[in-house]
Write a protein that binds this ligand. Structure first.
Ligand code: IMP
Length: 197
């Protein structure tokens, strides 16, 4: 099946591609007239609500075009830091762009509690039928920025139950095996591979 992923983040496309290709699906970035559609992010505390809003907006944009027949994938994710009461959560990309990773390290410099979690909600629309799944990856914020793989907060996020490296020091496959997005997308991939699909 061809899956069009509505995201401007090519790292997310690569991560999804690795997962869905295991069951023979091809993932590519959704573009309309050569451009990644700009979607409005609702100001919401929930990534589920954001993901559902994105799939509705894309549904309206592809309606009446040949893309209507393709499976459309959207995803929303964020990092939730315990000592900041879940901040930045749905505002993660904004915080990444503004104060950056060092800004987060400075914010929690004096905190003993460094727990954090990555969360993702993935939604796929196949000929109008909507399926969704979610994934969480528990971990902690490192003391220093480390690694240049992955994207976003990966160089300061150390997942639990691994060898202590940040996600920024992991290969794509290593990250996918334990990450929030890896979990959400694997579950979605199993759902679309059910015999009725
Ligand atoms: P979205 O594109 O609105 O879902 O924004 C997600 C933001 O959350 C990204 O821009 C990153 O700041 C952060 N984030 C989500 N998933 C990851 C990840 O796998 N690695 C690093 N940062 C992530």
């Amino acid at each position: 099946m061809e899956i069009l992923f509505a995201t401007s983040n090519l790292d997310k496309v690569s991560e999804a591609s690795e997962i869905f290709s295991q069951s023979g699906h091809v993932v590519s970035q959704l573009r309309i007239n050569g451009k990644v559609p700009e979607l409005t992010e609702p100001q919401s505390d929930g990534i589920e609500e954001v993901a559902l809003s994105k799939i509705r907006q894309i549904g309206a944009l592809v309606s009446g075009t040949p893309m209507e027949k393709s499976a459309i994938l959207v995803e929303d994710s964020g990092i939730f830091i315990s000592s900041l009461h879940g901040f930045p959560g749905p505002y993660s990309s904004y915080v990444e762009r503004t104060i950056g990773l060092q800004g987060i390290l400075d914010l929690i410099q004096k905190e003993r509690d460094r727990r954090a979690e990555y969360r993702a909600v993935a939604v796929i629309s196949i000929e109008g039928e909507i399926l969704s799944s979610s994934g969480i990856c528990y971990g902690k914020i490192s003391e220093v920025i480390s690694g240049d793989l992955g994207f976003g907060f990966d160089p300061i996020f150390i997942p639990d139950d691994t060898d202590g490296r940040t996600c920024g020091e992991m290969t794509r496959s290593e990250k996918n095996a334990i990450s929030h997005r890896g979990r959400a997308l694997k579950a979605l991939s199993e759902l679309i591979n059910l015999p009725s699909k």
